[in-house]
Write a protein that binds this ligand. Structure first.
Ligand code: HAM
Length: 416
């Protein structure tokens, strides 16, 4: 038996209604905020990601699905959307049509990570990006949109952590200080954090290893390095969010795993997720457009992990039922009545009902069993007598009532 690739998942009909539920939440809530959907290819030229996410990040270094195609080009299955979306916005000069763009997306993404609960190699993200404004109101809008989506999906208990990485000069000064600190502690750090020290020191703060956590207890924090511009921006974002009644926790160690961020970064964490506790996150990325060859365009956005969102809903005991509910099952006593039944089925569908018919030419008894199994609310039966009289038996499956109708009037019958 051929199985699906490790770290990927088949979505069987049983789980589809949960997906449709969350997809519907994404769509309705983001349109309330004026966001429009955008779709891009699932693979891009590798440089789209290597130039933006950062050569020193785990994603680019060890997690990308990169291959040479038959024409010799280096192609990468998208590990995230932000860089791909920016590539597309630049290519189509979207910013020329309006100085701000509000965009959302949903789809599959690919990272070669060690699969575990809540961590897949093909996973799905819902995300939104607000392009064009350098102002704190766009950071606040994006964070409120993300919170609204999580709440609208039925998740109340979630921690929202926020931090500021300041501007480029702030980060450079902080980085220098942090590297000095890490050097002084190098004997206490894990090998992984020691290796990160020179390449991507901020990521050492992200380590979950107890040894690193202890060694970094007194590490300098970036919030102490913010200049007045960065501090004002951060204070304004926090103020706007708190004004709207949302709770935030300032976490000066929050750095996130992608290099394109500046100023605001944030993350939604849930203890229900276990080790992979990040439901989603995002931040401001003011230099990504120029990194990808576009005009300077300030922007901010976030992405939520859809499988993780569904894991939390599952933990909460939410169930979503079947994705299709059948109104009517059309049954036939023998193959002699099949053509009539098939035709009736078709006409009822044209009237907008959800109708099925047995495709295996089974006995009437088996057809009733099938009608029960799929939860049809009505079963219409055509037998020899009914064919002769141009009638049909109407069985209300919930009330166990039966009546007779003419073939003509059945099309206008109220199947309530
Ligand atoms: P990210 O933090 O790398 O950010 O991913 C966002 C979310 O995607 C994570 O919090 C997690 O829920 C989910 N996720 C990531 N990797 C996996 C995986 N292997 N399996 C399951 N779920 C996963 C970004 O991707 C940024 N593009 C977010 C952003 C948008 N920043 C600005 N705009």
């Amino acid at each position: 038996m051929i199985q699906c690739v490790k770290g990927t998942k088949d979505l069987l009909p049983d789980s589809i209604s949960a997906w449709q539920f969350v997809e519907n939440v994404f769509k309705t809530v983001s349109s309330r905020y004026g966001y429009e959907e955008m779709r891009t290819p699932i693979f891009e030229k590798t440089e789209v990601f290597s130039r933006s996410i950062g050569e020193a990040t785990d994603i680019v270094n060890k997690e990308m699905y990169t291959f040479e195609d038959r024409g010799g080009d280096s192609i990468t299955l998208r590990p995230e959307m932000t860089a791909a979306l920016v590539r597309s916005v630049i290519q189509h000069s979207l910013m020329n049509s309006s100085p701000t763009q509000r965009l959302w997306y949903f789809g599959p993404f690919f990272r070669y990570e060690r699969p575990q609960k809540g961590r897949l190699r093909q996973f799905h993200q819902f995300g939104a990006e607000c392009l064009g404004s350098p102002n704190p109101e766009s950071d606040a809008e994006i964070i409120l949109l993300a919170s609204d989506i999580i709440r609208s999906a039925g998740i109340g208990e979630i921690k929202l952590l926020i931090n500021s990485l300041g501007n480029t000069a702030v980060r450079a000064a902080y980085r220098e200080e942090l590297v000095g600190f890490l050097r002084s502690k190098q004997n206490e750090l894990t090998e992984e954090s020691r290796n990160r020290m020179d390449i991507n020191p901020l990521r050492a703060l992200d380590s979950k290893a107890p040894q690193d956590i202890a060694a970094l207890e007194n590490a300098p924090v970036i919030t102490d390095f913010l200049d007045s511009e960065s501090r004002d921006h951060f204070d304004a974002v926090k103020g706007l969010i708190r004004n709207c009644g949302a709770e935030i926790v300032v976490q000066p160690r929050l750095v996130r795993g992608l290099d394109y961020y500046s100023h605001t970064v944030f993350e939604f964490q849930s203890s229900a997720l276990g080790a992979q506790d990040s439901l989603g996150g995002g931040g401001r990325y003011n230099t990504l457009f120029t990194q990808l060859g576009g005009k300077e365009t300030p922007a901010v956005g976030f992405a939520l992990g859809v499988e993780r969102l569904l894991l939390i809903l599952e933990n909460l005991g939410r169930s979503f039922g079947k994705s299709v509910s059948t109104d009517i099952f059309v049954a036939y006593a023998s193959t002699a009545e099949f053509d009539e039944a098939f035709n009736l089925c078709n006409q009822l569908r044209q009237k907008g009902h959800s109708v099925t018919i047995d495709l295996l030419r089974r006995s009437l008894k088996s057809q009733f069993k099938e009608a029960n199994r799929i939860g049809a609310r009505y079963t219409l039966v055509i037998g020899e007598e009914e064919m002769k009289n141009r009638t049909v038996q109407v069985k209300n499956m919930t009330r166990s009532e039966q009546s007779e109708r003419s073939m003509e009037t059945i099309l206008d019958f109220e199947f309530d």
